[in-house]
Design a protein around this ligand. Structure first.
Ligand SMILES: Nc1ncnc2c1ncn2[C@@H]1O[C@H](COP(=O)(O)OP(=O)(O)OP(=O)(O)O)[C@@H](O)[C@H]1O
Length: 720
């Protein structure tokens, strides 16, 4: 009896709930219509404003004011892809223009004096009774952004729409975004309420991909030690405007981000973000990847596959070079990075794993350079007090002292490019609509399939993985949209811990010295610029699917692998202009030892906007999924013990590197700005292993006055 009563009560509750939901749905349907057209005042001028499905259009009621002014003050009617003169890849630029046109296709053709904003770029909508409150959405009046429910009489006559807009100013400045406000005024509060409800519903729909709870790591030590200020100035208000509940942690030591990500409960968050330079990004990415491996229960050193972390990442530049942020966003403007984060558009970014004889030692997202770049990283840390100037100082010093480094590299040939994918054919620059980086189902290469020269890589050694889930002491006292600073109890002093302990080095070294393949490599007496191919045996061929390697030996000014273009403000095209963000490959750049003049040519071509290192005869570029490096092909087994490689944290790296490496015979690796002293490593690219809030760099489309159709291609308006 009791149970049947309970049952009928539950059914009643359920049907009530359903009715309530239906009522709500009906209410939403009644308030949301796809098209609205009204006249509003914008800065005391009358405008016709149209809400057309997913975009908002406004234009002066008075036709004589029909010319729009863009941000650079240029009168414009349309934007066309006239970019050939800039030496920018025309095909890619056309693609962008096509994309922009596609974006606007559903907008029909508006007058050339119309201003258009896609609701996808709208960050917040608020209404208020006074213009003052409309301009302060986080104040009492403006925060009221919930749809007005039923009976209350509307009294707000101002509607503010905050949206993100890209600034297209010049070929060198077309990637920055800023937030603009459009304030509409209508004396009839019912019209304002209707617009508010509709906009709010539509924006909510496009908001589904956006995040609400964010974990932010701020590095107060990197760059000009301005991490906190950068966050306060460029990100905090943007996150608040977007209603993001940000919990901030100011780092107290190197590797703390990685340790927190590996040990604390991350379920309260939708995303993780870091404010810092490349070293900070590397820590965050390493922490997330190690955590996902740990959670999946795979061996950290020798995983069969590397699971993709569930949390996407945001990257806010506040370091010295910020190559990762620059390559991803096309600018090192922190507000742009924050805007990409709040708008929620993600792309997969390739990440490379680095293995030594013991297995994976860490991951990198930007670049890994031996020779010149390694020397700069090893030396520059000592001069951190110089700020960003330290790179210039140690850069020149390392440049002059570089006498070339002997090495052997093995490059895995791509199946479709039997000659090794020599990158001399015209290529497309990775951009916002890059076809090459479209997400696909192509699998990663098998971690253990391509072998380096070491048998120890295939051993079944297991590393115990332990996970302790601490919870962070977040202060959730503030409402959604707050920016809370968290207290972290950091009892462990792990300042000198490498990403993975190299405790098994001796064991691995013994295995290595017994390895038949390593001895076969040491037989090569003549190391001068040799190149050969390793062909599979006939037996292996009959099995099919056998990797083929290109082997190159010689002396190099530098050997660099890049995962992204490595562009930065000093080198706007980057070291590897055509490198893609998510194609599952890394670019290997070999700069042969030649003379000072050639080294200088290389440096100039890397830094100049129109430079192209592919034209230099002493530079070779290969695109590959896997790369094996050996700095000491002639080394005897005894020598290994004196030059044990290990991954060093950035602190003290200079001292360690100098004592470990004998008399400039060997360089070290610069891995995302940090020093690694391993001399035998294997790099493997993992396609789109991490999701990042970014769009990729835009290619400049020059504003033109040629009017081919009546559409406009950017959003410009007079309300600022
Ligand atoms: N509170 C701290 N004290 C000392 N070191 C820290 C602290 N917080 C983070 N770090 C370390 O500082 C290192 C340098 O930071 P980061 O790479 O962000 O700046 P940068 O080297 O100036 O910039 P870039 O790498 O872009 O040139 C990082 O490797 C990080 O581990």
């Amino acid at each position: 009896m009791v149970s049947s009563n309970h049952k009928s009560h539950t059914e009643n509750m359920e049907s009530k709930q359903q009715r309530h939901q239906q009522q709500q749905q009906r209410h939403h349907q009644s308030v949301s219509c796809d098209i609205l057209l009204n006249t509003f005042q914008i800065k005391k001028k009358r405008y016709k404003v149209l809400l057309n499905y997913d975009h908002l259009v406004w234009e002066r009621s008075d036709a004589k004011h029909c010319q729009t002014i863009n941000n650079s003050g240029i009168n414009e009617k349309t934007l066309t892809p006239t970019v050939a003169a800039q030496g920018i890849n025309v095909a890619a630029a056309q693609k962008e223009a096509e994309y922009e046109r596609e974006q606007l296709s559903q907008r029909a053709s508006y007058g050339n004096c119309s201003n258009v904003v896609h609701l996808r770029e709208v960050i917040r909508v608020s209404k208020s009774t006074t213009v003052r409150n409309a301009h302060n959405p986080l104040n009492e009046g403006g925060v009221n952004s919930q749809p007005s429910q039923g009976a209350t009489t509307p009294k707000d006559t101002f509607l503010s729409i905050y949206y993100a807009e890209r600034i297209v100013a010049s070929p060198t400045d077309c990637n920055r975004w800023h937030i603009r406000r459009l304030t509409l005024h209508n004396k009839d509060p019912y019209i304002v309420a209707k617009w508010f409800d509709n906009l709010q519903n539509l924006v909510e729909n496009s908001r589904q991909t956006r995040i609400k709870r964010l974990l932010v790591f701020i590095n107060p030590y990197g760059g000009r030690k301005m991490g906190l200020q950068v966050y306060e100035r460029s990100c905090k208000s943007t996150f608040q405007l977007a209603g993001i509940d940000a919990s901030c942690i100011i780092t107290q030591r190197a590797n703390q981000i990685r340790d927190i990500l590996m040990s604390h409960d991350l379920t309260p968050f939708d995303a993780v973000c870091c404010v810092g330079g490349d070293g900070t990004v590397a820590e965050m990415i390493n922490g997330l990847l190690m955590r996902s491996m740990q959670d999946a229960g795979v061996c950290l050193r020798r995983p069969d596959n590397i699971p993709k972390p569930s949390l996407p990442v945001g990257i806010i530049p506040a370091g010295s070079t910020d190559t990762v942020a620059y390559s991803l966003h096309g600018t090192s403007d922190p507000q742009t990075a924050a805007i990409h984060l709040v708008l929620g558009r993600k792309r997969g970014l390739d990440v490379c794993s680095i293995r030594n004889a013991d297995g994976i030692i860490r991951f990198f997202a930007s670049t890994m350079g031996y020779g010149y770049l390694g020397d700069v990283a090893a030396k520059s840390e000592k001069y951190r007090w110089m700020g960003t100037k330290r790179y210039e100082y140690t850069g020149v010093k390392s440049f002059l002292l570089n006498r070339g480094y002997e090495a052997e590299v093995k490059i895995l040939l791509n199946e479709d490019e039997p000659d090794g994918g020599d990158a001399t054919t015209p290529e497309i620059i990775c951009n916002v609509n890059c076809e090459t980086c479209k997400p696909d189902s192509s699998t990663d290469i098998d971690m253990d399939k391509p072998s380096s020269s070491k048998t120890s890589l295939h051993s079944d050694q297991k590393v115990e993985t332990k996970r302790s889930n601490h919870t962070l002491d977040y202060k959730h006292s503030q409402p959604l949209g707050g920016n809370n600073y968290c207290d972290i109890q950091d009892s462990t002093n792990k300042q000198k811990n490498p990403i993975v302990d190299s405790s098994d080095v001796n064991l691995a070294l013994e295995e290595r010295s017994n390895s038949p393949s390593s001895s076969s490599l040491s037989n090569s007496d003549n190391m001068q610029q040799q190149e050969q191919y390793e062909f599979p045996s006939s037996e292996a061929q009959s099995n099919g699917n056998v990797p083929k390697w290109r082997i190159i030996r010689g002396e190099f000014f530098m050997v660099t692998t890049t995962n992204i273009t490595c562009a930065c403000s000093r080198s706007p095209n980057g070291m590897s202009k055509y490198c893609h963000l998510g194609d599952g490959h890394l670019d290997v750049i070999l700069v042969r030892k030649s003379n000072m003049f050639n080294n200088l040519r290389f440096a100039i071509n890397t830094m100049a906007r129109n430079g192209d290192i592919r034209t230099l005869p002493f530079v070779e570029i290969y695109r590959t999924k896997q790369f094996i490096f050996n700095a000491k092909p002639n080394m005897t087994p005894q020598d290994y013990n004196s030059i044990r490689g290990s991954c060093q944290p950035i602190a003290d790296s200079y001292a360690e590197a100098e004592t470990n490496l004998p008399n400039n015979i060997y360089s070290s690796w610069n891995c995302d700005g940090e020093v690694i002293t391993d001399l035998e490593i294997t790099l493997t690219s993992h396609r789109q292993l991490i999701d990042v809030f970014m769009r990729g760099p835009y290619i400049y489309s020059k504003p033109s006055k040629n009017l081919e159709n009546n559409s406009i291609f950017c959003c410009c308006h007079s309300d600022s």
